[in-house]
Design a protein. Structure first.
Length: 402
């Protein structure tokens, strides 16, 4: 069975991809369109700020001033000199693993800016002293993992909410699919219920309208067939009466036999259409399947050789006798018609248990091609396009036994 992908899942994936592309586009645009201008206008202010910090610490740097500045601005300050290293928190920053980039102030002095894995570092060199100014270590302080975790949770919540909203938005598609499947199975009285005023609601209404029109068309076809069949009864009856008045002869008997055959076919056609109507109710009566089989064989196939396999079908059960007799006759008639001369006779198998009855007829003919199987319940359909009487009658509709 081929796996079916949900449309809502595809839309969520599409939204994520679009969001990623938009973020990359915005990032690239800001990087190339605004980076130079930002550096041109903002860099001098930042450099002046670092120059102000250096002046506040003093020349040469004073530890008390550095510690006060670090507490006020939440900075980490390290002083390196020939006498050793000192830092505001007791952990001196090691500049060996940091790559610095020089920047020149407007008065010609130079500072260096670099970064390690978690913070930015500014290095100032003057009069044998090295001053390192750095931001707080976010990873060490615990804020970075917290912010990252909350960001991931927020993204997952947004994705879950988006999936729920999209799934709810396209939920009627599954209802419409199930309704169309029921239409395809022949349940033309089913209607799709979608209480929406958008495109999906309009689609459901259109499908319901189509089902109404198809149902009306099929009912009109049925009524036309019944009307034609009824209209043919009167001329056939008059023709048979007139034929009975003719002198005894072989042509007279052939005419009477043909008229009798037409009357039988019309009667069975009317009965088949009546039973196929959606308003026809089952007339369930306790009857044994064996008696129905015997009655059909004795009336319609006297003297025909048949192989019977019957097990427990003498027990009565609730059946619609008219429908079952018509089904048995059609199956036997088709089996005998398509059994070639000299072949083994058709096999009737009837098995009954406590709750079910199974009836099958097997012949030894050529069989029916696969492309014709789905049309077997259509009236007047024949696999043989020549449509000769020997290859079939008016067809037989699907019959429920109850």
């Amino acid at each position: 069975m081929r796996h079916r992908h949900r449309l809502s899942g595809k839309l969520i994936l599409l939204f994520l991809l679009l969001g990623l592309l938009i973020a990359l586009t915005v990032k690239t645009g800001f990087r190339y369109a605004f980076q130079d201008e930002f550096s041109h206008f903002a860099a001098p202010h930042l450099l002046e700020y670092f120059d102000h910090l250096r002046n506040e610490i003093g020349h040469p740097p004073e530890r008390a001033a550095a510690k006060a500045l670090a507490e006020r601005l939440d900075l980490h300050i390290t002083l390196l000199s020939a006498e050793g290293g000192w830092s505001t928190d007791g952990e001196a920053t090691d500049p060996a693993g940091i790559e610095f980039h020089p920047h020149r102030l407007k008065d010609g002095r130079e500072i260096e800016i670099g970064r390690d894995d978690h913070r930015f570092v500014v290095r100032l060199v003057e009069q044998g002293h090295i001053l390192l100014l750095s931001t707080d270590n976010l990873a060490r302080s615990g804020r970075l993992p917290l912010i990252a975790g909350l960001t991931i949770l927020a993204i997952l919540a947004i994705i879950a909410l988006s999936y729920h909203l999209v799934h709810r938005l396209f939920r009627p598609i599954e209802t419409i699919r199930q309704g169309v499947a029921r239409f395809g199975a022949g349940e033309l009285d089913h209607r799709i219920r979608v209480d929406r005023r958008d495109e999906l609601g309009e689609l459901a209404k259109s499908i319901n309208t189509m089902a109404d029109e198809i149902e009306q068309m099929l009912e009109g076809k049925r009524q036309l067939l019944l009307a034609i069949s009824h209209e043919l009864r009167s001329p056939l009856t008059r023709a048979r009466v007139n034929a009975e008045l003719l002198d005894e002869s072989e042509p007279r008997q052939r005419i009477i036999d043909d008229l009798r055959q037409l009357e039988i076919e019309l009667s069975e056609l009317l009965e088949t259409e009546r039973l196929g109507s959606q308003h026809a109710r089952l007339d369930l009566q306790p009857v044994s399947p064996a008696s129905l089989i015997e009655a059909v064989v004795e009336r319609h196939f006297p003297g025909i050789e048949l192989t019977r396999i019957q097990d427990g079908d003498a027990m009565p059960m609730d059946l619609d006798a008219v429908r079952i007799r018509l089904m048995i006759r059609n199956l036997l008639d088709n089996a005998l018609r398509h059994t070639p001369a000299g072949a083994e006779p058709p096999v009737i198998e009837s098995r009954r248990d406590q709750h079910h009855w199974a009836f099958t007829v097997e012949d030894h003919g050529a069989g029916i091609a696969a492309e014709h199987l789905r049309h077997l319940s259509e009236p007047f359909y024949r696999a043989d396009k020549a449509r000769q009487r020997e290859t079939g009658g008016y067809g037989w509709d699907s019959i429920s036994a109850g």
